[in-house]
Design a binder for this molecule. Structure first.
Ligand code: NAP
Ligand code: MG
Length: 525
């Protein structure tokens, strides 16, 4: 990436390539980085208006592959510090909002470059902090870099002259201006990409941000905030404020000076934020804007004309990639009657081949789930599944491992309305559901309250065309897995209880952080 001295020199966007895990140098570099990050065990401070602050209460970031290992600690903010941050962020807004877009994008492009330079260290941080395997961690980082690069270009587009109709005797213009101070509340499951994506979109548009990272993954967020600072982002534009969702989350959301909230996480928390943010607080001057991306119960549909090997590969990768802890995870596999048994065999075969263990070792494909509470929740869903239907492979905690490992679990013969077919489990568990025919399969696929991603394996053109119309999801895929959306290529966000359909990585996204000002001047002759 050349130095961005002028927006004219930024080349067109292209997605960041992944590292090649078969390359021996790459493997050595990653091993080395994992060792280095393991021994860091640093304490990270709050960052408020450029000032670093230590508090007595801490959040410990634990390695889910090995819970005895602490990756680092961060100071924990309280409500008083939220107030302090609010003041600092509004102060920074006064200058940042008037900084030209061509200047504002520079620290983000520079940060993308620093992230490339520190790639192995940042990958290793996510491997250790979240239990992502090497490829998943690198994909997360590549997506974070993509968001910075994509939104920088998008910001320049929004800042360029906007097309309005001119009428005789007037000069008309339209500008996009920022909103104010916003809260960015990301989940732990894409601790690089979603955290950096929401933060950069909110800030590059001229707003200032209170970033409350997920409590399971505060270290990668702390490193990102440091990188932004090194890249020249002015003090107070992005403030780092870890703390528990219930303690300071509600408080930030309800704060009368919060202008907008960008949240990605569970349906329950999203709906709560929506409700709290809607309530007018004394002295509040605006209607808070909320951008909410929530859960999924995504389906891989396989019809009678599908290539069943490809479908089994795609279904298994969709179901178990990052232990099924993706909002896009294929947690339902819907197969038509005529190929159901054959597909089931192939899925079981592939699931049994999955290697489980500490993801510091690259040969382990399936890592741990995020924490003990998640492990218990997932295990209780497996128990429910065993009652509702039949577990054909997996179903237990992985033996002989210290971390939060659960075997990849396939439940077959699941009724479309069963709990394991309706509720988001968010773990390595998938439900196989039998459909009478193609139409029934699409009905089942649409039969949850969510609508995030979906895939159809079929070679029938007419059915593919019908699915484009009838399969009601924000991100639809044919003859490929239902996970792994790329920035700019597949703008990402769902329907119904999956959220507000803000398409992250798409051309509409930055408008959510902006408001339009129309200006007319009468031409005096
Ligand atoms: P979560 O429990 O809802 O938490 C998300 C974030 O909200 C965390 O930072 C959390 O902080 C914070 N939070 C919790 N309670 C809060 C409150 N009362 N007020 C304000 N903030 C609060 O979700 P998660 O377990 O991190 O993430 C998994 C969920 O995210 C799944 O449902 C998944 O489908 C969804 N997801 C959706 C998308 C999408 O694009 N649609 C993408 C990724 C993930 P603490 O960590 O401190 O609790
Ligand atoms: Mg952790």
């Amino acid at each position: 990436m050349p130095e961005a001295t002028d927006y004219m020199v930024i080349p067109p966007f292209s997605n960041e390539p992944y590292i090649d895990l078969n390359d021996t140098d790459v493997r050595a570099a990653m091993k080395n980085a994992i060792e280095r990050v393991s021994s860091e065990q640093k304490e990270y401070l709050l960052m408020i208006g450029g000032e670093k602050l230590r508090t007595d209460k801490k959040i410990k970031s634990v390695n889910p592959s090995n819970p005895d290992q602490i990756i680092g600690t961060v100071s924990k903010a309280d409500r008083e510090l939220v107030d302090k941050t609010m003041v600092a962020a509004w102060k920074a807004f006064e200058t940042w909002k008037n900084t030209p877009a061509s200047e504002r994008v520079k620290p983000f492009l520079k940060a993308a470059q620093i992230m490339r330079d520190r790639r192995y260290e940042l990958d290793a941080t996510m491997i250790l902090e979240t239990g992502k395997n090497w490829l998943e961690a690198d994909a997360d980082l590549a997506e974070a870099i993509d968001f910075l690069e994509f939104y920088a270009r998008e910001m320049l587009r929004y800042a360029s002259q906007q097309p309005v109709v001119q009428v005789p005797g007037e000069f008309n213009q339209l500008f996009y201006i920022p909103l104010g101070v916003g809260a960015v509340i990301p989940p732990w499951n894409f601790p690089g990409a979603i955290m950096a994506g929401m933060t950069s979109a909110a800030a590059i548009t001229g707003n200032t941000v209170i970033l409350k990272p997920a409590s399971d993954t505060p270290i990668i967020a702390a490193k990102f905030v440091e990188i932004l600072r090194k890249a020249g982002l002015p003090d107070g534009v992005v403030n780092y404020l870890p703390g528990s969702g219930s303690e300071i989350g509600d408080y930030i959301v309800e704060h009368p000076r919060t202008r907008f909230i960008a949240f990605t996480g569970s349906k329950e928390v999203g709906l709560r934020i929506n409700e709290l943010a809607a309530r007018h607080q004394e002295g509040q001057l605006w209607i808070k804007r909320v951008v909410l991306e929530m859960g999924g119960k995504d389906a891989v549909v396989v019809d009678a004309t599908a290539d069943l090997d490809a479908a089994a590969d795609g279904a298994v990768t969709s179901a178990f990639g990052f232990q099924g802890q993706k909002c896009s995870a294929g947690s339902r596999i819907i197969a038509v009657e005529s190929i159901y048994d054959e597909l089931l065999e192939k899925i079981i075969e592939r699931t049994k081949e999955i290697t489980i263990g500490d993801v510091a070792v690259p040969e382990n494909w399936l890592g741990p789930v995020i924490n003990e509470q998640a492990m218990k929740r997932i295990m209780s869903y497996i128990e429910i599944g065993a009652k509702e239907a039949r577990i054909v492979t997996g179903g237990n905690r992985a033996k002989g491992l210290n971390g939060f490992f659960i075997e990849p679990t396939v439940i077959e013969g699941v009724d479309r309305d069963a709990r394991v077919a309706q509720e988001e489990i968010f773990g390595p568990v998938t439900a196989l559901i039998k459909a009478r025919d193609y139409d029934d399969a699409i009905d089942i696929a649409n039969g949850t309250e969510y609508g995030l991603t979906g895939a159809l394996y079929s070679t029938n053109r007419e059915r593919i065309e019908r699915a484009k119309r009838d399969f009601h999801v924000g991100n639809l895929y044919f003859n490929r897995k239902c996970t792994g959306a790329l920035v700019g290529v597949q703008p990402f966000g769902g329907f119904n209880m999956s959220g507000t359909n803000s398409k992250a990585g798409g051309r509409d996204y930055l408008s959510l952080f902006l408001q339009a000002k129309s200006i007319s001047e009468k031409i005096i002759t």
